[in-house]
Write a protein that binds this ligand. Structure first.
Ligand code: MG
Length: 339
């Protein structure tokens, strides 16, 4: 009997509208994927589509319908299945990532071990997670900083017209470590002008200041930077890493970009081979998708898995980032349960 794939649309709401350089919203819809084997065991995954990477709720559902007949009957054949999906329909990373999560969850459940343990990882090695403060008015920024009191490291979204005011407001509100993500919102020369400002405000990491294809711009900024420069939108899969060597200090992996847990592991291996830092991030998604991404955190330097912590109606219980400390579940597979 072939593995059965079912889907369910999840409607999620952030506590506050989540605004980055490209805009924002407060309602998000993701797709939960359930894969059932012949014994009735279920593996779960989540697809968080983003238009920026060419996916929507509709394309995810269409892609999942295309992928369903290619799952075969043996969930242990992870490599074979993932390759079959890619050749059936390339791209559609969020949809494939959901299947990858569900298959790993199912395999872990069949074997009775958590995914992080299946990979031989020490979950205590996971770094602290940042908590993101989206673009907002000064009054709302102060409120958000107050609400984030339990998180020791904040990630600030810049790339709007009020970057300086925003930095000032947050720095006045808290002495915490700050990291900045400009989400492609700057030019290389503007980014270079911003570097001493970031330094003055004690910012420790700069993520994706310029457009995804502007690798020379990244290299130009890195020559002037004293803080690590991380590529996010410029680094989608492992194949993007060689061109980034020497141009950035590290890469940001997201399952919804790279399409699978196995590709995330390959990206970590390739980046480490080149002596690069590794970060793992997320979209706005529930604790189901966050737990999938959290499985690789013992292998990375920077964790930004606040997608579910930003929600007011998370339907799942899984990996948590309470107090900033990432905690991976004990239970077999991804260890995620319904709230
Ligand atoms: Mg980013």
């Amino acid at each position: 009997m072939t593995l059965r794939l079912d889907t369910e649309v999840l409607t999620l709401h952030t506590r506050h509208p989540f605004i980055i350089a490209r805009g924002g919203q407060s309602e998000y819809r993701t797709v939960m994927v359930r894969i059932t084997d012949r014994d009735g065991l279920e593996g779960w995954g989540e697809a968080a589509a983003t238009r920026f990477y060419g996916e929507t709720l509709d394309t995810v559902q269409a892609a999942l319908a295309t992928y369903a007949p290619h799952l075969g009957d043996d969930p242990m054949q992870l490599e074979v299945i993932e390759r079959a999906l890619e050749s059936a329909l390339h791209g559609n990373a969020a949809a494939r990532a959901a299947i990858s999560m569900a298959l790993h969850d199912l395999v872990g459940k069949r074997l009775g071990v958590p995914v992080w343990q299946l990979w031989g990882l020490d979950r205590a090695a996971a770094p602290q997670s940042t908590f993101t403060i989206g673009i907002d008015t000064p009054a709302m920024l102060r409120q958000k900083v107050a609400e984030a009191s339990e998180y020791p490291i904040l990630k600030i979204k810049l790339g709007s017209a009020n970057d300086l005011e925003l930095l000032q407001t947050i720095r006045t509100a808290t002495p915490k470590e700050l990291r900045v993500d400009a989400n492609c919102g700057w030019t290389p020369s503007h980014a270079v002008r911003m570097l001493p400002v970031l330094e003055e405000f004690g910012v420790t990491v700069l993520e994706q200041p310029v457009a995804p294809a502007d690798l020379d711009g990244l290299a130009h900024i890195r020559r002037h930077a004293r803080i690590p420069l991380i590529a996010d939108e410029s680094c989608v899969t492992a194949a993007d890493i060689p061109a980034l060597v020497g141009r950035v200090d590290g890469i940001n992996i997201k399952l919804a970009k790279c399409g699978s847990l196995r590709e995330a592991l390959r990206m970590i291996a390739v980046a480490r081979t080149h002596g690069m830092m590794v970060m793992v991030g997320c979209m706005i998604e529930s604790s189901l998708g966050i737990t999938g991404a959290a499985s690789v955190t013992p292998l990375v330097d920077i964790v930004d898995l606040d997608g579910a912590a930003l929600l007011r109606d998370d339907p799942f219980i899984g990996a948590t980032i309470a107090g900033g400390q990432l905690a991976l579940p004990d239970a077999p597979g991804l260890g995620v349960t319904r709230r």
